[in-house]
Write a protein that binds this ligand. Structure first.
Ligand SMILES: *[C@@H]1O[C@H](CO)[C@@H](O)[C@H](O)[C@H]1NC(C)=O
Length: 344
């Protein structure tokens, strides 16, 4: 640790997840001992972070040299940039290897996603395979060809090598409009990806949609409760020398489960209530629509998990699938409002 403060590097701070994590850590009882550096592309946003007391470096996650340098100066790296970029992982690990040479075993918490356990259901069925984050053999059995997996493997291998302790958080469908100081300052995206993308498509076609029959299942987690998981994980890492890492450091972020049909119906009902559709029943997206709205997409897949390990460290999410469904109407309203503003 540098002096009495712990130095953190956070990537993705202007994003939905990263901003929520940062707000959560700055509200931590030990926040006065944390020195956060964030990496942001936009100089104007960097200035606003600085004004809020967060050290901000202007640059890109794909600048390997810069990422390596910043990681080499950090005791803890928390990565929340959605990039699916092996380069960013390699550069981060190279920096952490240098940090280790100074006699510290640095901590690397990366954000992956339950997309890594998704199948090819295309909405046709509810899968019965459920992954458990505390079942190491099962986590090890995930195919290297799965989404995110090449990066997760590279990171876990670094832990096995021993110069860094790695932890991988795998959020599911994250929902809810993020709040907090960085959203208020206009420097954090308050919206998730998956559900807003479905809403946007539904508004465009005047009807809620789904992949196939929408029978496929995905877990869900509320954004602020997900941010809690990172903070609780960090506390456990610091306080419990026996806490597992590497292969024993996978944490699912999931507290409910829904079918794509459930989400489609909730979107359809909100559309009808807001005068944007005359029928609440979702219809199947055509191949063409899937390409146009989602660039192919895994939305029709099953991704089923149990967050046993996350719960075992004291994470206590209270939100359920009904909270997720209730979050849809405000999300539809926000998007209608945004589109009206763009059109004006
Ligand atoms: C974190 O993991 C995700 C998913 O595998 C990957 O896209 C991202 O590049 C990783 N970030 C870093 C800094 O390793």
């Amino acid at each position: 640790m540098s002096g009495t403060k712990t130095s953190f590097l956070l990537t993705g701070a202007t994003g939905y997840i990263g901003g929520a994590i940062l707000a959560r850590f700055l509200a931590h009882p030990k926040a006065h001992t944390f020195q956060f550096t964030v990496l942001v592309r936009d100089p104007a946003k960097a200035e606003k972070f600085e004004a809020l007391g967060v050290k901000a470096v202007v640059g890109s996650h794909s600048d390997a040299h810069l990422v390596e340098k910043l990681a080499s100066e950090a005791d803890v790296v928390i990565a929340a940039a959605d990039c699916d970029d092996l380069g960013a992982a390699t550069a981060t690990l190279a920096g952490l290897r240098k940090r280790h040479a100074l006699g510290v075993v640095p901590i690397f918490i990366n954000t992956s996603g339950t997309g890594v356990i998704s199948d090819e259901a295309k909405g046709a069925f509810a899968g019965d395979l459920v992954y458990d984050d505390s079942d190491v053999k099962q986590i090890q059995s995930i195919a290297p060809t799965q989404m995110h997996r090449n990066v997760d493997l590279a990171i876990t291998e670094a832990d096995v090598e021993g110069y860094v302790k790695t932890y991988i958080v795998l959020p599911s469908t994250i929902y809810g409009i993020a709040t907090g100081q960085f959203v208020d300052a206009g420097i954090q995206n308050p919206h998730s990806l998956q559900i807003p993308a479905l809403i946007s498509a539904a508004l465009d076609r005047g009807r809620a949609g789904m992949v196939g029959e929408g029978k496929n299942l995905w877990p869900n987690v509320e954004i602020h409760e997900l941010a809690d998981l990172y903070a609780i994980l960090y506390d456990n890492i610091v306080e419990n020398a026996d806490l597992g890492h590497g292969w024993n450091g996978f944490y699912f972020g999931a507290s409910g489960e829904h079918s794509l049909l459930d989400v489609g119906k909730a979107i359809g009902e909100a559309l009808v209530a807001l005068g944007k559709s005359d029928n609440p029943e979702p219809t199947t997206f055509s191949q063409e629509e899937l390409g146009k709205y989602f660039g192919g997409s895994y939305l029709g897949s099953n991704s089923r998990c149990r967050a046993t390990r996350s719960l075992s460290i004291g994470w206590k999410p209270t939100k359920t699938t009904s909270d997720m469904l209730a979050s849809i109407r405000p999300e539809v309203e926000a998007l209608i409002h945004k589109k009206a503003k763009v059109a004006a």
